[in-house]
Design a protein around this ligand. Structure first.
Ligand SMILES: NC(=O)c1ccc[n+]([C@@H]2O[C@H](COP(=O)([O-])OP(=O)(O)OC[C@H]3O[C@@H](n4cnc5c(N)ncnc54)[C@H](OP(=O)(O)O)[C@@H]3O)[C@@H](O)[C@H]2O)c1
Length: 359
């Protein structure tokens, strides 16, 4: 592909990158329309995933689309929406050439749109910057294959792999810059998942803050088998601003009270070796495709056992907590896991490492 086309595709990727975090459950996609070597329209997927980038870009360009080139980071959809599928809208617009970074893995579209566009005499080029779409929207590709949310564990640890002191205090392990980055990780996730125990011990707010200002209340999932979280927990004060889903074994007065407060209560049958898998399948089926887990080592160990973890985000601080601290993993250390390091940064004296779990 000529470098000019790659240049425009890279610009479309930049639009998608800047927009990431807003489009869940859909991927973040960028689109440019170019005519006579001039960008006449550009767009990224709208908040909450609709309208798609192509639809917005076409609307902005209007009749100018006739005879132009489109650059888009994912194959346009083939499934119907209010204005028809993106593939049909592109055909109607008179676009002449389309440069697509990656196929859409969604079986409703996968290669079908490409076929349709070609059949309608549009020249299609595909695949040149495929990896960028995948890297940005890994949750979308991976969750679709496993039919479970893409799951990331975020943890602040000491050199000796403890996540809290023995009195369960974990507040000051990582430094300010690490904590700021942790808020970016939250922003780039569709929902946060935690345990009853972490709520009881820390009473966190699980908001997304920027310069100490709350900018978002992400959906929160709590695994609380015996409904132990106090009704005065801080997170329950944010029910008017966010969805809270509680998975529990208990159908009792407290579950009724939590429902009345506005929580979604989902009953699970038992706590066994595959219960978390069932919970994760349920989450996928209700549209949650990306999760950041912020809990302790007990839940982390269980999630690893049930093969539900895709990535780790570890902030290691230069402190020693000692043998009686709360461990990151039960009976194991990070070096016992099959990990592939995909990113490393320094935040002051803390070292942040992002690992992929190798299967
Ligand atoms: N350093 C950090 O980044 C960080 C982050 C978060 C939390 N923390 C700290 O971690 C500490 C708590 O850690 P922890 O390891 O003791 O506890 P934890 O992992 O947060 O939570 C344990 C709870 O998870 C639930 N659970 C475990 N296995 C399960 C399964 N198979 N199915 C369903 N639920 C399951 C159980 O809840 P039920 O009791 O409901 O059965 C269990 O009590 C707190 O002090 C908190 O401050 C640290």
């Amino acid at each position: 592909m000529k470098s000019i086309h790659k240049k425009y595709l890279l610009k479309a990727h930049l639009l998608a990158n800047d927009n990431f975090g807003k489009t869940f459950p859909n991927p973040s996609i960028g689109c440019l329309i170019v005519k006579n070597n001039k960008i006449i329209s550009k767009a990224a997927t709208a908040s909450a995933g609709r309208p798609h980038a192509e639809e917005i870009a076409l609307k902005k360009a209007g009749k100018k689309s006739l005879g132009s080139n489109m650059y888009v980071t994912l194959e346009p959809c083939n499934h119907e929406s209010y204005n028809g599928s993106c593939a049909n809208q592109i055909i109607r617009s008179g676009i002449k050439n389309i440069y697509i970074a990656s196929y859409d893995p969604d079986p409703r579209t996968n290669k079908k749109s490409i076929k349709k566009l070609k059949k309608n005499n549009i020249n299609v080029s595909i695949g040149i910057t495929q990896n960028r779409t995948y890297e940005l929207n890994k949750f979308f590709f991976k969750s679709l294959i496993k039919k479970k949310p893409f799951t990331k564990i975020k943890m602040a640890i000491s050199i000796d792999e403890k996540i809290a002191w023995q009195n369960y205090n974990s507040k000051w392990i990582s430094n300010q810059r690490s904590r700021e980055y942790a808020h970016i990780l939250r922003y780039n996730s569709q929902a946060i998942l935690t345990s009853s125990k972490t709520i009881i011990k820390d009473d966190p707010r699980f908001t997304i803050r920027k310069k100490n200002k709350i900018i978002k209340y992400p959906p929160l999932i709590i695994v609380d088998n015996f409904l132990k979280i106090p009704l005065k927990s801080k997170v329950l004060n944010s029910l008017s601003k966010r969805r809270i889903i509680i998975f529990t074994l208990k159908n009792n007065k407290k579950s009724q009270n939590l429902k009345k407060l506005g929580c979604d209560i989902i009953l699970v049958k038992q706590k066994d070796q595959s219960n978390l898998k069932k919970i994760f399948t349920k989450l996928y089926n209700i549209g949650i495709k990306d999760i950041l887990v912020e809990a302790g080592g007990i839940l982390f160990t269980e999630l690893m056992k049930q093969e539900l973890v895709d990535e780790l985000h570890i902030f290691k601080a230069p402190i020693n907590i000692g043998e009686r601290g709360i461990p990151l993993l039960l009976g194991k250390s990070l070096k016992d896991l099959k990990l592939l390091k995909i990113n490393k940064k320094k935040f002051g004296n803390d070292v942040y490492s992002n690992y992929e779990i190798k299967s």
